[in-house]
Write a protein that binds this ligand. Sequence first.
Ligand code: AMP
Ligand code: ZN
Length: 486
Amino acid sequence: MSDRKFMLTDTMSRGLKALEPVEPGHLKFYSCGPTVYNLAHIGNFRTFITADLVVRTAEALGWKVSYVSNITDVGHLTQDDVADATGEDKMAAALRAKGQEFANVWDLARFYADAFIDDWRKLNLREPLVRPRATEHMREQIQAVDQLVKSGHAYATPSGVYFRLSSFPEHGKLSGNVDKEQLQVGVRDVVVDDNKEHPGDFALWKQDDKHLMQWFSPWGWGFPGWHIECSAMAMKYLGETLDLHAGGEDLVFPHHESEIAQSECLTGKTFSNHWIHTRFLVVDGEKMSKSKGNFYTVRDLVEDRGQDPIALRFALMATPYNKPLNFTMQSLSDAGKNVERFRECRRVAESTLDRPGSADISQELDRIYGEALDAMCDDLNTSVALARALEGTGVIFRDQSRLGGESSKIALEYLDRIEELLGICPSSQVEERSFEAELELDMILRSELKAAKKFDEADAIRLKWLDQGVELRDTPEGTIWKLVQS
Ligand code: AMP
Ligand code: ZN
């Protein structure tokens, strides 16, 4: 295990602080995931890339990482920037807007969650240990609400169950929103439940027997508040105290502030020892957001415009997470050139493996990798880390005529280590594996379709691969594939 310190800005203490897992060398990390009512946009992915870089840096230090990132598929209301959120469930609103596209809200949730995971993989993000869904953790949420009511931190009204802000004097410690009167501001012109003790008391459970996704609880049919979801799921998988909790900057208040209030009242312990928040990705100075409509999805760029997803990843991390990032097509094009440089470097190293060489690059590449890791440990300073990583390719290109054997291997190991740390130069083997994995899956799917007598759909898979130069042939031993001779 490295003895480097991993310094990260901590939103709670408002300064740089060493990330120190309670269990040394084992990071317990929760990062808020998306609300799956639409395709995630690249601003959302900027925040998820920050979490990914934390995981990669911790792993590079030799730590074990328990990384949990959820999917919110119920309970996130449209007016969510106020103490007690109001409006319609984003899932229900999306279903209304998308009319005929989905049979029901469950299908809509599943579709966007799958699309999200697909985009996640395209951007080369590390898989979390668990990706819990709010709708699959209702028992844990109801139990948490029940416990808060029983301990006097929450109360029921005819419209739901609310957290009693006055029972937690530390409320506001993360965001600085400490003035309880100010918490009313967000209520705006929305009708509130007069039975609430304070307008800022936020919903843990909403009673609603008309809601499209509803569960039975001690307070009748209804659905959970957005904040209790994350508290319940984080504690279920990571325990009562997390080492680190992450999200985008808009989650500081009210989402994370409320998570702290609920969780700390439930356990009497600190909910998370460290908090980080990614600054927004902006377009013409404005936050990229689904509600403003000024967004690109990964699909817009990768599928519709043929952009390289690794270049997109590079562009999204080129500015450190603690500064706003202005996304432009130019930045994507610049990132593409850099990513191509890594690829070319890998080709050079691979093509020289079998010849004798005399280049002595080991120490120089070790030093450069060490500097890239130092930069990541310095509050995820990705602009320096990427510059160092590119410097390493410069060393390899400089000595390419003398590369061979051991030195080519050292060059490849360098690229692999940079890939592990930054995720911007996956090896060709990875690409080959994923091609075969996709093919294998399609072959399974095709035989299932044939068994179900869905011959047209089965044939569409065969034709799709034929288009890409791969022939699927049925033999008595099963289906095999062959590259078509051109
Ligand atoms: P949502 O799907 O709205 O729940 O958001 C998922 C994550 O993306 C949250 O951590 C948000 O804070 C984050 N996020 C939303 N918009 C942006 C943006 N423009 N730039 C960076 N992160 C964002
Ligand atoms: Zn959350």
